[in-house]
Design a protein around this ligand. Structure first.
Ligand code: DO4
Ligand code: MG
Length: 305
């Protein structure tokens, strides 16, 4: 073990570690350029899970109770976060998104659109939620990488959202921080343009931490916050409680799995409750920082794509 840790450029721990109550895992690039899975140790370090045979987030989430498995590990090598690169945690999962799950999202969309306004009103109250495909896993942007605003859009916003990581059996096995980048003028012009407003180069960011072992009741106590900075100044900030989401997580999961299979599970962005005022649009070189209190933060600069 000590030899393996040394070979990886990591410091072996003298004693078995104590698992933190806020159990968070990540995918990271080690100092020797290997993709590995890590368990957060406080805010500044991680434990490398490869000596415990944990080589993917997908396998851990598929295996059943990830938190229980992580609580029963022995001694593991520790490394400072400053020495590694954190990667996007979505390995092979399709990424989907729910919409109009917060009142603020419904109201803002009704204002931005003309003849399709009633669609938002109706779906907010309907039994069936709005669910749409958002991204292939390999196109998801990691924390630190640029998110995109479309060249042909005039009104672009980030959508800070809680992400559910659901395994192939439909268990909600983890939670992450996501950004459902959107072109409001394109969506507002005609609802049939939604895929163009939502699915384009660099339009989906997720990262870096996956919180495991939390119930929906715990997640509903978290706060989602956003800060957008431009030329050294904050140009938009806001926060909303996860408890403002209208639909239950199981309800969203059940519709996701209705007449559908996800062989490796899926990721589901659960909708936004934070929409800037109508005179706000993102600009190139803005920076976006999204934080969810129970998970961590996602930060991305903005580029035109
Ligand atoms: O109906 C369009 C998309 C809604 C959405 O992405 C959201 O509410 O977060
Ligand atoms: Mg959204």
């Amino acid at each position: 073990m000590a030899g393996l840790a040394k070979g990886l450029g990591l410091t072996p721990l003298a004693q078995a570690h104590t698992i933190p109550p806020r159990m968070r895992i990540c995918r990271f690039l080690s100092a020797d350029d290997q993709v590995r899975i890590g368990l957060a140790k406080g805010d500044d370090a991680l434990l490398d899970l490869s000596p415990a045979g944990i080589e993917s987030i997908t396998a851990l989430l598929e295996g059943g109770d990830a938190a229980q498995r992580l609580a029963n590990l022995g001694e593991l090598p520790e490394t400072p976060l400053a020495d590694v690169t954190l990667l996007n945690p979505i390995e092979v999962q399709e990424v989907w998104a729910a919409g109009v799950t917060y009142l603020r999202s419904k109201d803002a969309r009704m204002e931005e659109s003309d003849f399709s306004a009633t669609a938002y009103d109706r779906v907010y109250d309907a039994a069936r939620p709005e669910l749409f495909f958002k991204s292939l896993p390999e196109k998801v942007v990691a924390s630190g990488e640029p998110v995109g605003i479309r060249t042909d859009a005039k009104w672009s916003v980030p959508e800070p959202e809680l992400v559910l990581l659901i395994n192939s059996r439909g268990d909600i096995a983890g939670y992450a921080v996501g950004n459902d980048m959107s072109s409001r003028d394109i969506e507002g012009e005609n609802l049939l343009y939604l895929p163009q407003a939502k699915v384009y180069h660099r339009s989906c960011a997720v990262g870096s931490w996956v919180r495991v072992g939390a119930t929906e009741a715990e997640a509903r106590e978290w706060e989602i916050s956003i800060q957008i900075r431009r030329n050294g100044k904050t140009v938009f900030e806001g926060s909303v409680g996860v408890n403002q989401i209208k639909r239950g997580f199981d309800e969203l999961r059940d519709f996701m799995f209705q007449s559908q299979v996800f062989p490796f599970g899926c990721a589901l962005l659960t909708g936004t409750g934070l929409v800037p005022d109508d005179d706000f649009t993102l600009e190139e070189e803005d920076t976006i920082r999204i934080e969810i209190s129970g998970i961590g933060s996602l930060h991305n600069p903005v580029v035109r794509v």
